[in-house]
Design a protein around this ligand. Structure first.
Ligand SMILES: Cc1cc2nc3c(=O)[nH]c(=O)nc-3n(C[C@H](O)[C@H](O)[C@H](O)COP(=O)(O)OP(=O)(O)OC[C@H]3O[C@@H](n4cnc5c(N)ncnc54)[C@H](O)[C@@H]3O)c2cc1C
Length: 366
C-alpha cells in the first residue's frame, strides 16, 4: 500500500456488484471511487430482468442475513410481480411452482443502486474505461490514472483485474434476448431441452410485453448457430420486438479465491452466478455487501481482506455448491433426446426438479 493513494478503494464497474460494494464500504467510512465505462451505468440493457422477491431470497439463501437492507428495490424499478414459475420441458406442458419473483426494469434498478451508493458517500467516474491495473494504480484508456489502497474488480465477466491477475477460466455461455410487446400472462417461464442445448430459455412477462431469451452451451449445439436457436425460440411468441440484446453469463460458479493482496473480485468477475438458474443480480449484491463491509473493517481495524471469502462461504457456500452440482447433473440430463426429457418432467419428479432449480440437494446422494 502506498501512503499517497488518492482513495481508500477504487471499484472497477458500477453494476449490482460494484455499486453494492461501494455503498457498504462508504457506509463504513471508506473513501470510495467507482469507475465505469458506461454512461449511464446499466445501459444498454443486458438482462432477463428476473429476481426473486426478498421473501423468496430468504427461502433460497437462508444463511444470508438482513435481506431487506440489501435489497431495497424501488417501485419504479419493478415492472411486474409474479407468483408462479413454469418449468417447461420440450413438450410445452409446464410443471407449475409457487415462486415470488420481480420482473425488473433493470436499467432503473441499477440506477437506484448507484443512487444508494452515492447517498452513502461513494463517488462515481462514468464514461471512463479501465485499461489496466499495476500495483495501486488503475490506468484509464484515455490516459489518466487513479490510485487507491484497495482495488476491486466488479467489471463483470470481462473484468480487467480478473483478466490480468487471476489465472482461472470460467465457462461462459452466450445469451440473447429481446423485449417484445403483447400480453403474456403472469407466470415466469423457464424452458429446458433441445431448444436451448446445455442452457435454458426464458419468458418473463413485464407489465406490458415480455423479456424473452436463451443461453446455450456451444459444444452442446447440433449444427445450429446461437442466432438460429434464439430466433426459433422467440418466434414461438408473437408480438413486435422493441429491443434486442446479448451478453455472456459465467456458469462455472465462483472461482477459487476472491482476494489477492489488496485486489478483490466480486459479482460476475468472481463467478457469482448460480449456474442452475442463471441468477446473478442478487448474488452479486450478496457478495458486494460482504466485500464492502470487510473493506470498511479492514481500513478501520485491520481485519484481513480474506475474511470476505470466509463470510461468503458461510452465507453462500452451500447454495453455490448445490447449484454447481445441479448444473453438472443438468448438463448430462439435457444431452438426452427431447422425448426422454418429456417423460422425465412429470408429477413424480416435480419436487426434485424444483430442488435443482432452487439450489438445494436434489436427493441425499446428489
Ligand atoms: C442476457 C443476460 C440475461 C441475464 N438475465 C438475468 C436475470 O434475469 N436475472 C439475474 O439475476 N441475472 C441475470 N443475468 C446475470 C446478471 O446480469 C449478472 O450476473 C449481473 O449483472 C452481475 O453484476 P456485476 O455487477 O457483477 O456485473 P455487470 O452488471 O456486468 O456490471 C459490470 C459493470 O462494469 C463496467 N465495466 C466493465 N469493464 C469495465 C472497464 N474495463 N472499465 C470500466 N468499467 C467497466 C460495465 O460497464 C458494467 O457497468 C443475465 C445476464 C445476461 C448477460
Amino acid at each position: 500500500m502506498t501512503e499517497t493513494s488518492e482513495h481508500d478503494v477504487i471499484i472497477i464497474g458500477g453494476g449490482p456488484a460494484g455499486s453494492t460494494v461501494a455503498r457498504y464500504a462508504a457506509q463504513g467510512g471508506a473513501d470510495v471511487l467507482v469507475i465505469d465505462r458506461r454512461d449511464p451505468i446499466g445501459t444498454p440493457l443486458q438482462c432477463g430482468e428476473l429476481v426473486p422477491s426478498n421473501d423468496e431470497m430468504r427461502r433460497l439463501c437462508p444463511d444470508v442475513p438482513d435481506m431487506d437492507d440489501l435489497f431495497q428495490t424501488p417501485k419504479e424499478a419493478i415492472s411486474r410481480y409474479s407468483k408462479t414459475m413454469h418449468v417447461v420441458p420440450p413438450s410445452g406442458k409446464p410443471l407449475k411452482y409457487n415462486f415470488e419473483g420481480l420482473v425488473l426494469n433493470r436499467v432503473a434498478h441499477d440506477e437506484a443502486l448507484v443512487e444508494l451508493a452515492k447517498k452513502a458517500g461513494a463517488k462515481y467516474l462514468v464514461n471512463h474505461h479501465v485499461k489496466s491495473i499495476e500495483g495501486n494504480t488503475v490506468f484509464l484508456k484515455n490516459g489518466g490514472a487513479k490510485t487507491a489502497k484497495i482495488i476491486v474488480g466488479a467489471g463483470g465477466h470481462n473484468d480487467p483485474l480478473r483478466r490480468d491477475y487471476w489465472n482461472e477460466s470460467s465457462l461462459k455461455i452466450p445469451v440473447k434476448f429481446v423485449l417484445v410487446e403483447g400480453d403474456y400472462g403472469e407466470a415466469v417461464e423457464l424452458h429446458f431441452g433441445s431448444m436451448a442445448p446445455g442452457g435454458y430459455a426464458w419468458m418473463f412477462p413485464k407489465s406490458s410485453g415480455a423479456n424473452i431469451g436463451l443461453g446455450i452451451q456451444r459444444n452442446f449445439s447440433k449444427g445450429k448457430t446461437m442466432n438460429q436457436y434464439a430466433d426459433e425460440f422467440i418466434a414461438k411468441y408473437d408480438g413486435e420486438t422493441t429491443f434486442k440484446g446479448a451478453g455472456s453469463l459465467p456458469m462455472s460458479g465462483t472461482i477459487k479465491t476472491f482476494v489477492k493482496g489488496n485486489y478483490m473480485l466480486v459479482g460476475d468477475a468472481a463467478g457469482m452466478v448460480l449456474p442452475s438458474n442463471g441468477a446473478g443480480i442478487t448474488i452479486a449484491m450478496v457478495g458486494g455487501r460482504i466485500a464492502g463491509q470487510v473493506i470498511a473493517e479492514h481500513l478501520k481495524d485491520g481485519l484481513p481482506l480474506e475474511e470476505y471469502e470466509s463470510r461468503w462461504n458461510q452465507q453462500m457456500g452451500k447454495v453455490m455448491r448445490n447449484s454447481k452440482r445441479s448444473f453438472r447433473f443438468g448438463s448430462l440430463l439435457f444431452r438426452l433426446p427431447d422425448w426422454v426429457l418429456n417423460l422425465l418432467f412429470n408429477r413424480l419428479t416435480k419436487g426434485i426438479i424444483w430442488r435443482a432449480v432452487t439450489c438445494r440437494r436434489m436427493l441425499w446422494i446428489i
